[in-house]
Write a protein of this length. Structure first.
Length: 232
């Protein structure tokens, strides 16, 4: 990896270093010790093998059950600086699910994609522009939005059911308060259902991806650039 790419990746690490762990597990003190130890290893690292060591320290927290955006962002950054592109991509994608996409994550993800392709740089996939809400917001936020829109849908149903049109002249019906309320209810039904499908499908897809990573993460083997280039 070029010195320029390492500089941006290091900046991204510094951006999440102060975010803390935020874990609520019973052995919080032990986890915090591992977190600070991994951060110290990351800050002192200079060679790919050093960054790989820091990545393995972060991964011990993952194995212990810690789940948050800063942890996966730091893990992905360490793997990127160790030149392990595929695993860096996977870690950064998990970071997005917990904290949403950030400029640092997008920069490192682009560098990791370029590293995997053996190119100096790479563009992010087109779907990140079209489906921006899927990547920009954490899965918890998208789930909350889906539930809120589902409530809006049923509010619209309730308004349409409770408020009936008044038996008056057709020319004045549109101006009647009950007609306006029913129109509002129809809008709530339409937008509530549409947004429930959008955010619900997005959150469900991310949840399924995370469950798949949970099952297979222990099988991943982190390898530094030095080890990849070692003669066989």
């Amino acid at each position: 990896m070029s010195a320029h790419a390492r500089f941006f990746a290091a900046l991204a690490f510094a951006g999440v270093l102060v975010a803390g762990m935020g874990t609520t597990r019973a052995d919080e003190d032990s986890d915090r010790f591992l977190w600070e130890s991994a951060n110290a290893s990351m800050a002192a690292a200079q060679k790919p093998a050093d960054f790989l060591k820091a990545a393995r320290s972060y991964n011990r927290l993952v194995a212990a059950g810690v789940r948050n955006g800063p942890l996966f962002a730091n893990l992905g950054t360490a793997l990127l600086l160790a030149s392990d592109g595929p695993n860096a991509i996977a870690a950064l994608q998990r970071a997005e699910r917990y904290s949403g996409s950030t400029p640092d994550i997008r920069t490192n993800l682009r560098l990791a994609l370029a590293l995997r392709a053996g190119q100096p740089d790479a563009d992010l996939p087109w779907e990140r522009v079209v489906f921006f809400w899927h990547f920009d917001q954490p899965v918890r936020t998208r789930t909350t939005l889906a539930l809120a829109c589902w409530s809006l849908f049923w509010l619209g149903i309730l308004l349409r059911f409770l408020v009936q049109p008044q038996p008056e002249d057709v020319t004045s019906l549109a101006a009647h308060p009950s007609s306006r309320i029913r129109t509002l209810g129809g809008s709530c039904v339409l937008f509530g259902l549409m947004l429930t499908i959008i955010f619900g499908a997005s959150a469900t897809f991310s949840w399924l991806q995370e469950r798949a990573d949970e099952r297979t993460w222990a099988e991943r083997v982190f390898v530094s650039h030095e080890a990849q280039e070692a003669p066989r």
